[in-house]
Design a protein around this ligand. Sequence first.
Ligand code: ADP
Length: 482
Amino acid sequence: MPLKDPTLLRQAALVAGEWIDAGEDGIAVTNPATGEVIGRVPKLGAAETHKAIAAAELAQREWAARTARERSVVLRRWFELMMENQDDLGRILTLEQGKPLAEAKGEIAYGASFIEWFAEEARRVYGDIIPGHQRDKRILVMKQPIGVVAAITPWNFPNAMITRKAGPALAAGCAMVLKPAAQTPFSAIALGVLGERAGLPKGLFSVVTGSAREIGAEMTSNPVVRKLTFTGSTEVGAELYRQSAPTIKKLGLELGGNAPFIVFDDADLDAAVEGALIAKFRNNGQTCVCANRLYVQDGVYDAFAEKLSRAVGTLKTGNGFDEGVVLGPLIDEPALKKVEEHVADALSKGATVIQGGRRHALGGTFYEATVLANVTQDMAVATEETFGPVAPLFRFKDEADVIAKANDTEFGLASYFYAKDLARVFRVAEALEYGMVGVNTGLISTAEAPFGGVKSSGLGREGSKYGIDDFIEIKYVCLGGV
Ligand code: ADP
């Protein structure tokens, strides 16, 4: 599948403004749909990360000294270049991640929207003047960039999880050193290529590929790094939190979820099925906001189960480049094993398969789109993120019961419910212990809204007018003798 601009698929890392080629012993990146090697990226470690951080420190000072509008113009150009190259970026994404091409292009537009949004927000970082506490004093509040930011991102959104961090960081006047996921570095590198073309100053944005442990250790221990922003598992997030403690870094953590999707008796069932398809099966179930547990009220359980399994039966699984495919492969073998284990565990405890339920005939890491019925709270699917195309249906009796079950998890990222009664809508939205609640919709992510979780799902918010706060320090200036 040739690219219009083959230079976007670059087998090199961008460190301190210089490109480092992968060479023969670089890390191989494979296409999860075919197992074929797409290319290689350099295996870098602490030394290169250190160099990238030092260059970022220098570049950041000059970048922060520019006017907000000057920064905004460069970011705007970066956004435009992403959209001009949407097809190629989408192809690179499908090649390394597996999601269907249409969905990959959708991610590019979604990812670019964060650069666009924060290019706009750059000019709206306002300070304050607060009424003073003494007659001869004035209280000023300045907002300044936090400095050098380190970012570590996952493979499920190889583009958007980067832009959601880089957009606000650079808009605020920070520099960024990024370590993308080993499975999907080429989307990150392509962003580096376009960033250079857009006019990001040398060293302001580095993309370091290689050993996660080594790069992570340097990022967390280096005192120049003032903030670490991470999207990934709760386990690794907690480890990075620990590692960042000695240098008291600010942390932005977008971690795991275990999203409940609740269908009440008064819901519009067709809309709920449509929402469940999106919330559960987008990216083949591999998003941290994917519905993990579908709770359906007694009165509509059978009807919903039937409608959902019929709809799921029509979803086509295959290579993301093939026509009509809506579900790609799982990212790798461990991901496939986890899905298999969750289904086996549920079946051994009394669940039944009403759709799918096995590895796909295509082989590789493909798994059938699956619906399970008679699922109960003692099964692994109730407590762990499955991260695959499995919709487990739990039955519930009343509102209090389902809220208790929905909140009975260490996680608190996204939640969804379908209901019409207005009082219920408010009651349930307020009672769910989650950072995000989708009411009568299965798709909630957008640049305009604050994305983030509570409890073990993380710290901070990305996107929206709040997203830039995470990259800003507040400075209080007390003006005396006035
Ligand atoms: P996922 O389950 O989404 O793969 P991970 O938390 O394992 O989530 O990975 C998310 C990101 O964190 C990836 O870029 C990965 O390489 C990186 N990572 C994994 N382990 C470490 C570590 N010990 N230190 C720093 N980064 C890590």
